[in-house]
Design a protein around this ligand. Structure first.
Ligand SMILES: [Zn+2]
Ligand SMILES: [Zn+2]
Length: 342
């Protein structure tokens, strides 16, 4: 069975690994239907993370249940499901307090997540089959009639982008939203912001392809250049662009009382314009997303046609082309593991 491994900087390749099996009564085994990359994969592949190769990568996929433990009662074999990138039990005090990233069942100092070297050996999601523990808690069923591929990122970036935009815009209708990006996440954020009723959505990037997509989705676009400045008018700000300069741009663009969501994982400390922040009173939040908390609402929003995430896809990549195409992954490549997903 094939699984995609990070083998070294700008090197990924398929390995033949042992077939996984259900190991506990609360687990299911799933067959991957489709998988995609997020900006974290780009960081790993390009050597911009502290994670040493080799390990199995991938933490965004939609899948079909093919086997299940005896304690799993909420799902049947054959169900198509969205799978969170993080693993959590759903029952411990942390999970009960809606903090699944701090699940007490974890055996790793890192967030227990797929596609990371976290020592729990669940592997990555660019794989034909994988195990999901605590399945009754973890999984969200894809409703009949919803294209499963549209939910490929529902366990990660699609829901993360929902969480950094939709609740804030609902709190402030007609909000002015600023999104800085250099991956597919920012385009999902554009879609959610417009669908939630933002009054203005400004999208900043340096990639002509993504800028064109953002424009088609309805955003005003600004080309990123070093030293760029924006007026301090934005109520909701999402920084998903690598580098301290983008975070600085975002914080200086805050309107009084704004909220700035930083999505970028900084592995080193970065300076922030704390003096100006004191005047605007901007709230800066920097966090991984506890996706599982928001996935039911996201899947419902997709089923209601609130957005079409497939407009953000950059390409369909054949399995044999993945090692070559993932050296510099495009912003939202889709890898199909089944020829004709239902
Ligand atoms: Zn991710
Ligand atoms: Zn837990």
């Amino acid at each position: 069975m094939r699984s995609l491994f990070f083998e070294g900087i700008n090197q990924v390749g398929w390995r033949d690994i042992k077939e996984p099996q259900v190991m506990s009564d609360h687990e299911v085994l799933v067959q991957t239907i489709a998988a995609s990359t997020c900006y974290v994969d780009n960081m790993i592949i390009s050597g911009k993370s502290p994670f040493e190769p080799p390990f199995a990568i991938g933490h965004e996929s939609v899948a079909r249940i093919i086997d299940k433990g005896e304690a799993v009662t909420e799902f049947e074999i054959g169900d198509v499901v969205a799978v969170p990138y993080h693993r959590s039990c759903g029952e411990c005090p942390s999970c009960s307090n809606k903090k699944p990233l701090n699940c007490d069942s974890k055996q790793t100092p890192l967030i227990p997540a797929y596609g990371m070297p976290d020592g729990e050996n669940f592997g990555g999601m660019f794989t034909e089959r994988y195990r999901v523990p605590y399945a009754d808690h973890a999984l969200i069923k894809i409703p009949d009639g919803l294209d499963p591929i549209s939910a490929v990122a529902a366990g990660d970036t699609l829901t993360d982008a929902w969480s950094t935009v939709v609740p804030h815009v609902r709190n402030k209708p007609e909000a002015k939203v600023l999104i800085t990006s250099n991956a597919g996440y920012g385009l999902y954020a554009v879609q959610w912001a417009i669908a939630a009723g933002a009054g203005l959505v400004t999208y900043v990037d340096d990639d002509p392809t993504r800028l064109a997509v953002a424009s088609e989705l309805g955003a005003s676009t600004v080309v990123w250049v070093d030293g760029i400045e924006l007026p301090p008018i934005y109520d909701v700000i999402v920084n998903e662009r690598q580098g301290a300069e983008s975070l600085r741009l975002c914080l200086l663009a805050a309107a009084p009382g704004a909220v700035c969501e930083n999505v970028v994982i900084f592995f080193e400390d970065v300076p922030i314009p704390i003096g100006q922040m004191h005047y605007s009173g901007v709230t800066l939040r920097s966090s991984f997303c506890p996706s599982r908390n928001y996935m039911p609402e996201v899947i419902q929003d997709l089923a209601n046609g609130m957005i079409n995430p497939r407009l953000v896809e950059s390409e369909i990549v054949a399995l044999e082309d993945v090692p070559k195409r993932f050296v510099l992954p495009s912003h939202k490549p889709i890898v199909l593991f089944e020829e004709t997903p239902e």
